[in-house]
Design a protein around this ligand. Structure first.
Ligand SMILES: [Zn+2]
Length: 688
């Protein structure tokens, strides 16, 4: 019977094959998602119902552990569904996503609002100190209880209904927001002629020619409205008129007053979030979000952001003055505008640091950098990576790596490096399957998603230093998943509180600039020679370069995110709010927010980073502090004892311990902001 059921719903069946089973993408049909998701929800509903109706007194085993065991078919189909919505999101898939996202959100609410279930969870939670629970079990009880309570499980019936309606409406708005953002990235682009290419490096021209061919504009040059195309264009094009045109197009995503305009959606989202927070007993949405994070309160976040803001803005003014000097010396007759920043910053960099991205790039081959990050993970965590063939993939460019430690399989990594239509822009890690050893040992499956423009076969892809850093970053998330060593899947890998989740990724970036990695893997594409020491020294010296710009464009996004979610019930006009807030905090006129509100998908296409864009710098405070620990260790970044401590206390622990405690055990004390200031070349705050 079971077999027949699975035959009808291949998306729900246990994954078969090697490595404890892998998703069978060959069998995926988009039309199957909806019926499979509905069936999975029905099965999960039945399992949860059984737990809730259990006549036996609530225990850890019959309630919390039983919940961990439930919903496996839903986990499996959701994993594949998420892979498709993020990497294979064509029109058909978008329609399914639009229809099913609210259904999934509604089911989540249904579980959270199951009063009988919550009563049992609360009973286990209340008795957690009296039983004989292990520390990890106690942590799981706390995490589960907290998740339910935070989402309104303790509310009365009428309020629960209200909350469910709000969440459902929000889910639809989040999807609409991200689809508008994607539409503005895909429907607008810059088409240039031969005579418009002044200043652009060959690789960029070649990529633009390829993009033009895809749009049936052979002989022309197309620059997509995405970060990966726009940032280099703005850096290199000597045509100020075109830079302005590109910049305006790029920074207007979601803000064009057309069918894909996101401003009205933002107002609706904020109103619903305010209502939601009030229902849950919090003054604002920002309070609700920060309450369960390391930060705990919006005030602590604001303190940190403003502590860094003032020196960062001061640095921007210095940077602009430096650039203006160059423009004046060239007789450009301009005042630095936002579309000039990257262009003149590149000139300052060349003049002051004699550092030319074009000189570095030939040493940064995509495949070699990937090997380098594998190698560093081998040094730190003892991992070995071997490509395997024959494992089904979602798209033919995806490569699969078997990850081993001391000869034993520990997990799989799916590597998806290229941009394609329907794939979200940027870079990210996705956990297809979390590690656990609750019922039986299960190894993790993680993916590494990048957006490089594919070149002709056999022609190595050269990446920028920033791109190489991003690769180490996303791989750091993957390592968090691969190193996970916990019992319960809810506590596994990267499932930590959001303001800690960027710690393993941002810390991992620090291994790219090590001599050990660069001398082995930063090899010149033609000569095969390693990157010269003097070039590395220049890269390191340039580390604090442009930190004013980078810090401010990020910080302002975090500040606006926090502030807009502190507005409470006051209706928000996104355009006016953005303008007013920037004026209030003294935003330099030469910079825009890294993500302007109408395309700030981090905070409006879901709740992952809402009131949480600060997460990156919160984690970076820890990262800078941890990096100083490695720098001071006898073996530096390859110090075995410190790497073991990092692994044992933090990276292998997932959410099975409190992040602040884990960090304290690793470092022997709390982190302070001083290391971050030093890292960015800002004056460290004066001690009170
Ligand atoms: Zn990250």
């Amino acid at each position: 019977m079971q077999a027949a059921v699975h035959k009808d719903f291949p998306l729900l069946a246990p994954w078969k094959g090697p490595y404890g089973g892998v998703p069978d993408f060959a069998k995926v049909k988009i039309a199957d998602f909806k019926p499979a998701l509905l069936e999975a929800i029905a099965r999960d509903r039945a399992e949860i119902g059984k737990i809730a109706r259990n006549k036996a007194a609530p225990t850890f085993a019959n309630t919390i552990a039983a919940m961990e065991a439930a919903g496996r078919p839903l986990n499996r189909v959701s994993a594949v569904f998420n892979i498709y919505t993020s990497t294979m999101d064509d029109k058909e898939m978008q329609a399914v996503e639009k229809e099913m996202s609210p259904v999934l959100a509604a089911f989540n609410d249904e579980v959270i609002q199951n009063a009988a279930l919550f009563k049992r969870i609360k009973a286990v939670y209340d008795a957690r100190e009296t039983g004989r629970l292990s520390p990890e079990q106690k942590r799981l009880v706390w995490v589960v209880y907290r998740r339910f309570a935070r989402q309104g499980a303790a509310l009365g019936e009428a309020d629960k209904k209200k909350l469910a309606a709000i969440n459902q409406e929000l889910a639809g708005l989040y999807t609409a927001f991200s689809q508008n953002e994607l539409a503005d990235e895909e429907d607008h682009w810059l088409t240039l002629e031969n005579g418009d290419l002044a200043g652009l490096p060959d690789w960029l021209v070649a990529a633009a020619a390829g993009a033009a061919e895809e749009k049936n504009e052979k002989g022309k040059y197309v620059f997509a409205n995405t970060r990966s195309a726009m940032e280099p264009f703005l850096t290199f094009s000597t045509r100020r008129d075109l830079r302005e045109k590109a910049f305006r197009m790029w920074t207007s995503r979601g803000d064009n007053g057309d069918a894909h305009d996101n401003n009205a959606i933002i107002t609706k989202i904020l109103a619903l979030r305010a209502e939601k927070a009030a229902l849950l007993g919090y003054p604002t949405f920002a309070h609700w979000i920060t309450d369960y994070q390391m930060a705990k309160t919006p005030e602590r976040v604001r303190d940190l952001l403003m502590k860094v803001w003032t020196p960062a803005v001061a640095r921007v003014h210095e940077e602009v003055a430096d650039m203006q000097k160059i423009a004046d010396a060239e007789g450009a007759g301009i005042a630095i505008a936002p579309w000039d920043y990257r262009f003149y910053a590149e000139k300052v960099r060349k003049a002051r640091y004699d550092l030319d991205d074009g000189a570095i790039k030939p040493y940064l081959q995509l495949d070699k950098i990937r090997e380098g990050m594998f190698w560093a993970a081998g040094q730190l965590y003892g991992f070995e990576f071997a490509e395997v063939h024959g494992v089904p993939v979602v798209q033919k460019d995806v490569r699969v790596f078997d990850v081993r430690k001391a000869g034993k399989h520990v997990g799989l990594m799916y590597y998806d490096p290229y941009a394609r239509a329907g794939k979200s822009s940027g870079a990210w890690m996705n956990e297809y399957r979390s590690q656990e050893r609750f019922q039986k040992p299960v190894t993790p499956i993680i993916s590494n998603n990048l957006n490089f423009v594919k070149t002709a076969p056999g022609k190595p892809i050269l990446v920028s230093w920033d791109d190489a850093t991003t690769m180490f970053h996303e791989f750091g998330h993957g390592l968090h998943g691969l190193n996970s060593n916990v019992t319960y899947p809810t506590l596994a890998g990267a499932n930590t509180v959001p303001d800690f989740v960027e710690f393993p990724s941002q810390l991992n970036e620090h291994w790219l600039p090590t001599k050990e990695v660069l001398s082995r893997f930063a090899l010149h594409v033609e000569t095969g020679k390693p990157i010269p020491d003097e070039l590395v020294a220049k890269i390191k010296a340039a580390k604090t370069f442009n930190q004013g710009f980078l810090t401010v464009e990020y910080l302002v996004s975090a500040i606006v995110d926090m502030k807009i979610h502190l507005a409470g019930a006051t209706p928000v006009d996104a355009r006016a709010f953005e303008k007013q807030t920037l004026a209030e905090i003294g935003m330099p006129a030469e910079i825009v927010m890294r993500h302007r509100l109408p395309h700030f998908g981090h905070i409006f296409s879901g709740e992952g980073y809402a009131s949480g864009y600060y997460d990156y710098i919160w984690a970076d405070v820890l990262v800078a502090d941890a990096a100083e620990a490695f720098e001071a260790a006898p073996g530096g970044y390859y110090d075995k004892a410190l790497a073991k401590k990092l692994h044992d206390e933090i990276i292998s622990r997932g959410d099975s311990v409190d992040a602040a405690d884990a960090y304290r055990r690793f470092r022997g004390r709390d982190a302070t902001v001083d290391a971050l200031m030093r890292d960015r070349g800002f004056p460290a705050p004066v001690k009170a």
